[in-house]
Unconditional design. Structure first.
Length: 359
C-alpha cells in the first residue's frame, strides 16, 4: 500500500491529464473545422470565379483569332460566279487574317446545304458559308433542313449581289425577253434552264406564270458552269441565271442576252433592256454575304467583318465584280441580319403566291 494521500494525488494527476487531452482534442477539432471552413470558402470563391475565367478564356481566344486555317463554304459548284468571287477574295482575306483561307464547294438544296453545314459548325469563327437566296427559302420548303435564318446564324458581312439575266445562244431566233414570253404563251410547257427548284429564278417565275399567261417547264442544274455548257451545246434553249458565269461567252459572241432581270440595266451592256422595260414585272436579284453558326463571340465577328471589309475594298475585287457584272452589296452584321429577317418573311409570301407552300 502506498503512502497516505497518494491515491488522491494520482487521481488528481489523471484528471488533469484527461483535461489536457480533452483540450487538445477540442483544439484539434476546432482547427479542423477552421481548415474545412477555409477550404469551403476557397472552393466557393473558385466556383464564383469560373464564369470570369471562362470569359477571360474566350476573350483571350478571340484576341488570338485566328490560329488555324478558316474554311469558307461556297453554296454552288466550281466555276460559277459565286465560286469565282470567293476564290478571288480568299487570298486577300488570308493576308488580312494571317491564316490560310480554304474554299470548299458544297452545292445542294439550291445553295442551302452550305448554310445548313454552317449552322451545325462550332461557333468559333473557323467555318463560314456564303448565303444564297435558298438560305431564306429552304426552311419554308424543307423544315427538316435543320436551321432557322432567324435563330441559327451569326451574320458577318453583306458582300455582293447576284444580278440575273435571260440568255440564249447567239443563233437563237429569240431577240428579247418579250419574244420568249410570246413563244411561251403559244407553246405551253416551254422549257428553260435554271438552278435548283428552290432558287430565286424558278420560284419567282412559277409565281408569275398566271400573271404572264404562260406555263413553263423548269430544267434544274447544280451550277452556272453546267448551264453554260448545256446552253452552248444546244441542250437547252434559254437560261435564267445570274449573269456572271456567262459574261465570257457573251463577250465572245457565242451567247446573247435577252434581258437584264434586275432593277437596272447591266453596266457592260447598256443597250439591253430590263424585263420591266419590256413590259414584264419581274425582278431577280439576290444579295449575298458570309454567315457562321449562332454564338460566335462578338470580338471574333468583328475581327472577321473588319478583315473581310478590307479585302472587299481591294482593286482586285472591284475588277472581279466588274467582270461578273455584280455590284458590291456591303452590310455590317446588324444590317445584314436585318436584311435576312426581311427577306425570310418575303420568301414565305413569294412561295405561298407560287402555290409551293400552303398559307
Amino acid at each position: 500500500m502506498g503512502p497516505p494521500g497518494q491515491g488522491r494525488q494520482d487521481h488528481g494527476r489523471m484528471t488533469a491529464a484527461a483535461r489536457r487531452c480533452a483540450c487538445r482534442r477540442r483544439a484539434l477539432r476546432d482547427s479542423r473545422h477552421m481548415h474545412t471552413d477555409r477550404t469551403r470558402r476557397r472552393a466557393l470563391q473558385a466556383l464564383g470565379a469560373l464564369p470570369l475565367l471562362g470569359l477571360a478564356g474566350r476573350a483571350a481566344r478571340a484576341a488570338d483569332f485566328p490560329i488555324r486555317p478558316i474554311t469558307l463554304l461556297c453554296p454552288f459548284g466550281a466555276g460559277g460566279s459565286v465560286d469565282q468571287y470567293m476564290r478571288a477574295l480568299s487570298p486577300l482575306l488570308a493576308k488580312q487574317l494571317g491564316q490560310q483561307v480554304i474554299i470548299e464547294n458544297k452545292p445542294g438544296a439550291g445553295g442551302a446545304l452550305a448554310s445548313a453545314m454552317a449552322a451545325r459548325a462550332r461557333p468559333d469563327g473557323y467555318t463560314l458559308a456564303m448565303t444564297s437566296g435558298s438560305t431564306f427559302r429552304a426552311p419554308w420548303l424543307q423544315p427538316q433542313i435543320g436551321f432557322s435564318p432567324l435563330e441559327d446564324f451569326s451574320y458577318i458581312v453583306g458582300m455582293t449581289s447576284l444580278e440575273f439575266c435571260a440568255v440564249v445562244r447567239a443563233d437563237s431566233p429569240l431577240r428579247s425577253f418579250a419574244d420568249f414570253m410570246a413563244h411561251a404563251r403559244a407553246n405551253p410547257g416551254t422549257q428553260y434552264a435554271a438552278g435548283d427548284p428552290t432558287t430565286l429564278g424558278p420560284v419567282t417565275l412559277k409565281a408569275s406564270e398566271e400573271k404572264f399567261g404562260v406555263q413553263l417547264e423548269h430544267i434544274p442544274f447544280n451550277s452556272g458552269s453546267e448551264m453554260a455548257t448545256a446552253l452552248l451545246g444546244g441542250h437547252v434553249g434559254i437560261v435564267i441565271d445570274s449573269v456572271g458565269t456567262y459574261v465570257p461567252h457573251i463577250r465572245a459572241g457565242k451567247l446573247r442576252l435577252l434581258a437584264a432581270l434586275g432593277e437596272v440595266r447591266f453596266k457592260a451592256w447598256p443597250g439591253i433592256q430590263t424585263a420591266r422595260e419590256q413590259g414584264y414585272d419581274l425582278v431577280l436579284s439576290s444579295p449575298m454575304g458570309l454567315i457562321g453558326p449562332r454564338g460566335i463571340p462578338e470580338p471574333v465577328v468583328r475581327r472577321l467583318h473588319d478583315a473581310l471589309r478590307q479585302a472587299m475594298r481591294a482593286p482586285q475585287i472591284a475588277a472581279v465584280l466588274d467582270v461578273l457584272n455584280q455590284p458590291e452589296w456591303y452590310r455590317d452584321p446588324a444590317g445584314f441580319e436585318a436584311y435576312a429577317r426581311q427577306v425570310y418573311a418575303e420568301s414565305g409570301e413569294l412561295l405561298r403566291k407560287a402555290g409551293v407552300i400552303q398559307s
